[in-house]
Design a protein around this ligand. Structure first.
Ligand SMILES: Nc1ncnc2c1ncn2[C@@H]1O[C@H](COP(=O)(O)OP(=O)(O)OP(=O)(O)O)[C@@H](O)[C@H]1O
Length: 275
């Protein structure tokens, strides 16, 4: 029997056309933990996150809080799981407040009015992500980091116990990368929210995630604490580039460095002539 509020994937498979996108992927993330999903382009990270969050049917192979996602009706699932997909410009001219307010939707009927408590939960969430001074700014005009934090505030208003994020630090500068990941880690550890996210930066993953899983060609290559998953031999095999890993005195992964060999230099085709 799994822990209450753990996210469990049991032999997740996904086939689209003739391509096997995910093959027998299994994982278990306990409540209040941060899980990083790693792997090269096309490994299946986004596909896995979509199945873990119920965006793609998982046919009883994924459960949250001891209940398969298939057994939740859409509203109940939306109260449990918040999804932050890769940033796309909003087609609506909404301000930050209105975007964050969308987190209330799973908790409201069509006719219900917004209460002072709702307003407070929206303001609190916006404060928690440090955007008080941007409340009425158009969402599209916020910086990438501010938009990302705005979407996390929406997840907070949604009161989701599980937040699933696809490359949440993509496009963010180094300051916002750390700021967003620190925020997610503190939400997990202080509010017992479970966070599952895909990341490309292995150093950030090692620093901010409690557990990692490494996918390659739709298969789970390894999962566990960062120091067990991130070994130079394994990373070299998956990313095809020599790699060195340094550990600190507690054996935590301190630094992952890749050393692209000279043969990675690409000869330009002769058809491309000098200007
Ligand atoms: N709807 C679809 N139709 C056909 N193929 C798909 C579809 N969705 C994903 N794929 C294929 O599944 C594989 C995994 O894609 P996915 O987006 O999950 O990878 P990823 O690890 O997130 O990659 P990246 O790091 O590039 O974002 C890829 O080969 C992709 O082309």
């Amino acid at each position: 029997m799994s822990n209450p509020c753990s996210l469990v994937a049991n032999n997740v498979n996904l086939k689209i056309g003739q391509q096997q996108i995910l093959s027998d992927v299994c994982l278990n993330v306990g409540s209040g933990k941060v899980m990083g999903v790693l792997g090269p382009n096309g490994a299946g990270k986004t596909s896995l996150l979509k199945m873990l969050s119920g965006q793609v049917a998982s046919h009883h192979s994924v459960s949250w809080d001891n209940k398969t996602l298939t057994d939740y009706d859409p509203m109940s699932l939306a109260k449990q799981i918040a999804v932050v997909n890769q940033l796309n410009e909003s087609v609506f001219a909404l301000d930050l407040y209105q975007i964050v307010r969308m987190g209330l939707l799973p908790h409201k009927s069509l006719l219900s009015r917004q209460t002072p408590e709702d307003d407070k939960s929206i303001s609190d969430a916006i404060s928690r992500v440090g955007l008080d001074n941007k409340v009425h700014q158009s969402f599209n005009s916020l910086s990438g980091g501010e938009q990302q934090r705005g979407l996390i505030a929406r997840a907070l208003v949604q009161k989701a116990a599980l937040i699933v994020l696809d490359e949440p630090v993509n496009h963010l500068d180094i300051y916002y990368q750390h700021q967003v990941l620190k925020l997610l880690r503190s939400l997990a550890h202080k509010l017992n929210i479970t966070v599952v996210m895909s990341l490309h930066d292995l150093n950030l993953a090692a620093n901010y995630c409690d557990h990692l899983c490494l996918l390659d060609q739709g298969e789970m290559v390894a999962q566990g604490p960062p120091e067990q998953v991130l070994t130079s031999q394994r990373l070299e095999q998956v990313f095809k580039i020599p790699c060195q890993i340094r550990h600190d005195t507690n054996n935590a992964v301190f630094r992952v460095d890749f050393y692209p060999p000279d043969e990675l230099e690409i000869d330009l085709p002769q058809s491309i002539e000098k200007p």
